[in-house]
Design a protein around this ligand. Structure first.
Ligand code: ZN
Length: 303
């Protein structure tokens, strides 16, 4: 059973500036519904303003809430922040938090958007407005739902925003595996960063992950796990520089969920990046990723 968080506000009209397309958030749900896999959809509440302000600069939160984000910040984000976008990001941030709640109940749950790992304290960047991973982590710890959180970021781009927003936190650890030569040019310092060479393939990628992840779990001993499960390390991704196959991504996702669940830890995924001219192909990649993780979780739920 896949527990997936989705909201009608996850979609937004095609922005009047920039190249970002929101179609995939609708298409990914279509792919999941068409798969006939057992699934329950959950609708999130918007993230309360105070939890956004607990991580982001309140002046920036105010700019977003008024839909008056300065043009230079909008350029960094990649699209104009309209009232629709404001409502969208409040729901996608609430969605990652709800996925965490569902993961604590069911072992694994997915948010069908977000993973907005480039958003910084006083601005968004790289298609990210508010950093759901940092916002939800802070809220879970503040409300005593968790005490030590590991954020595994396997999007092809470095999780620079998450790293910088959690840099002073000893109770939130960030692990980022990314293409070294990809955006962002200036990387932030995650707790653990692994910059991979262009064209890294399945075997090399999975070897690095197997060398890094168990050790990270054992050393940090988290009690909750977030997973930014971007599918942009795929060989056909338009913005990725790596060379993972469909099978490689599936093995990656199974491995991550398995590592958390074998230790009895709940794990919630956020969608992350995935880019291509054919939005349906990208959406199918995300849908397969979530279904793979739900199937892996079942193995532990039944054990
Ligand atoms: Zn990405």
């Amino acid at each position: 059973m896949l527990h997936v968080v989705h909201h009608a506000d996850y979609m937004a009209p095609r922005p009047e500036r920039g190249t970002f397309k929101f179609d995939k958030y609708y298409l990914v749900m279509e792919e999941l519904r068409a798969s006939a896999a057992p699934m329950t959809e959950h609708a999130p509440q918007p993230m309360p303003r105070k939890w956004l302000e607990a991580v982001h600069d309140p002046a920036y939160v105010d700019e977003v809430f008024r839909a008056e984000v300065p043009r230079d910040k909008e350029r960094r984000i990649g699209f104009p922040v309209t009232t629709r976008i404001r409502d969208r990001v409040r729901h996608t941030n609430g969605g990652t938090w709800l996925a965490a709640q569902l993961a604590m109940e069911h072992g694994y749950a997915a948010n069908s958007a977000a993973g907005s790992h480039h958003a910084l304290a006083n601005t968004g960047a790289g298609y990210c407005v508010f950093n759901d991973l940092a916002v939800a982590s802070n809220r879970l710890i503040a409300e005593s739902d968790a005490s030590r959180i590991l954020i595994i970021d396997l999007d092809v781009h470095q999780g620079d925003g998450t790293a910088s927003l959690t840099a002073t936190r000893e109770d939130i650890i960030t692990l980022s595996l990314h293409a070294e030569k990809n955006f962002p040019v200036r990387k932030a310092r995650s707790s653990i960063d692994i910059g991979l060479e262009d064209h890294t393939d399945d075997e090399a990628y999975l070897n690095v992950l197997a060398k890094t992840l168990p050790e990270t779990f054992d050393r940090f001993r988290p009690d909750f796990v977030f997973y930014q499960a971007g599918v942009d390390p795929h060989i056909n991704d338009k913005l990725g520089r790596l060379a993972l196959s469909d099978d490689g991504l599936a093995r990656r996702d199974r491995y991550v969920v398995g590592q958390a669940r074998m230790r009895g830890l709940p794990i919630a995924s956020a969608l992350g990046g995935g880019y291509g001219d054919d939005q349906r192909e990208v959406a199918a990649r995300h849908a397969r990723s979530m279904l793979t993780m739900a199937a892996e979780n079942v193995r532990f739920a039944c054990a």
